[in-house]
Design a protein around this ligand. Structure first.
Ligand code: AMP
Ligand code: MG
Length: 403
């Protein structure tokens, strides 16, 4: 059986970043930047006031109180018309351009109006540059604001807009086709006949793909019949990646691998030394199927999502051109004692809390790979390497953060 690391390396080596696509700024949240965002202008374009108050010469307010003649009022969006001379001030509002002659702002709270004059009272002493945003203080034309490979956040969108871009070049979303398999499966909301269960993997995996920045194409459920499975697989042509769930073991009804092989799939590997998720499969379909890559996930819902986190997430990150392909692994301390591990790498679903020293991970007593309720309450997966010795509560472990 392959190690998790070897399996990851083999999957990652099969994927390269997709091409670029241009999207309007309001469609760019969560997309991965393909071309760096550089400033098309200086910001602010000229020196502006950072406060409501008076633009003054700092020398005139060195000794207080001071009485200054107000020569004009400058609102944001209008330009000053006068130079501020000795013992003069200009009324100014936040974001308005600084007039010539002025080198400081006295905030409104430290002034009193006095006809066409203003009196600067105690506390109003303003040193040179006070409350002034100089030209290019945030960024200068040509400065790189956002590096390519970054997944865009709301503040990135704001920065790109401020840098005067109405559209951005992002990486095309990976298209991920998803097929669920099993005679026992029915869609959520249906009435279940005896022996049936609700199919959850297709929804969970589609949500996972979406959360990773991909485009999920849920092709539905194939019955455990070769022709049904073959039909759905054909519909996946054109995707970057096909995910199947279930039918991956050695039972007579586990047809995924044999049907894929009948379609010319080149099997890269099957079975990993991990728990949950041992029957994971990876292969490549031929050019006639668009050189589609296939990750065959286990049917058990926890196994499907844990293996998606470890292998599908990184594959999508590689397709998206992200530098860090994850998964996100942090150090944590165990909340309970754990026994020694066997030859498979364990991923223990765990409640994660924080104390003064950082995250504490407490694995659930029951690690059943069908228990979605525990996975849903898990903040992370404690990694137990093959043959790890027994570990005491408080000892350090690697934790895959979830969510
Ligand atoms: P299999 O690999 O097909 O033997 O599936 C393993 C287990 O996962 C079985 O108990 C299946 O009923 C269950 N299973 C398979 N597919 C799904 C699915 N889409 N949603 C929920 N459970 C599933
Ligand atoms: Mg099955």
């Amino acid at each position: 059986m392959l190690s998790v690391q070897d399996a990851t390396d083999r999957i990652l080596s099969a994927f390269a970043p997709s091409g670029p696509e241009i999207v309007a700024l309001d469609q760019a949240l969560g997309r991965v930047l393909n071309v760096p965002v550089t400033a098309r202008l200086d910001h602010p374009p000229q020196a502006v006031s950072a406060m409501d108050g008076y633009a003054v010469r700092s020398a005139d307010v060195a000794n207080l109180p001071a009485r200054l003649k107000v020569v004009e009022a400058i609102a944001a969006g209008t330009l000053p018309t006068r130079t501020v001379g000795a013992n003069e001030a200009a009324r100014i509002f936040t974001g308005a351009a600084l007039p010539q002659g002025a080198d400081a702002i006295v905030i409104q709270e430290n002034t009193e109006k006095d006809g066409d004059h203003v009196r600067v009272v105690d506390g109003g002493a303003a040193i040179k540059g006070k409350h002034i945003r100089t030209a290019g203080n945030d960024f200068s034309q040509g400065a790189v604001g956002i590096a390519s490979g970054r997944r865009l956040t709301p503040s990135d969108i704001g920065l790109a807009a401020a840098m005067n871009w109405p559209w951005l070049t992002v990486t095309r979303k990976p298209r991920v086709a998803i097929i669920s398999t099993g005679n026992e499966l029915v869609q959520p909301g249906e009435t279940l006949a005896p022996g049936q269960i609700v199919a959850s993997n297709g929804f969970a995996l589609a949500a996972f793909v979406t959360a990773c920045g991909g485009e999920a194409i849920n092709l539905g459920i194939a019955r455990d019949e070769e022709s049904a499975l073959a039909d759905l697989i054909d519909r996946a042509a054109g995707a970057d990646l096909l995910l199947t769930s279930g039918g991956a073991s050695v039972g007579e009804h586990d047809l995924v691998q044999s049907v894929l092989k009948s379609k010319g799939m080149d099997l890269d590997f099957w079975k990993i030394a991990m728990r949950p998720g041992k029957p994971l499969m990876f292969g490549r379909l031929p050019m006639s199927m668009g050189a589609l890559k296939v990750i065959g996930l286990p049917g058990n819902p926890v196994s499907a999502l844990v293996t998606a986190t470890l292998f599908v997430g990184p594959a999508l990150a590689r397709l998206l051109g992200q530098e860090d392909v994850g998964p996100r692994i942090v150090k944590a301390r165990l909340g309970i004692d754990l026994p020694a591990n066997d030859l498979r790498q364990d991923y223990l679903r765990s409640v994660v809390t924080e104390d003064a020293q950082g995250p504490v991970a407490t694995p659930f007593g029951k690690q059943d790979s069908a228990m979605l309720s525990a996975l849903s309450r898990s903040g992370g997966l404690v990694i137990r390497p093959p043959h790890a010795p027994a570990a005491k509560a408080g000892s350090e472990v690697d934790l895959v953060r979830l969510g």
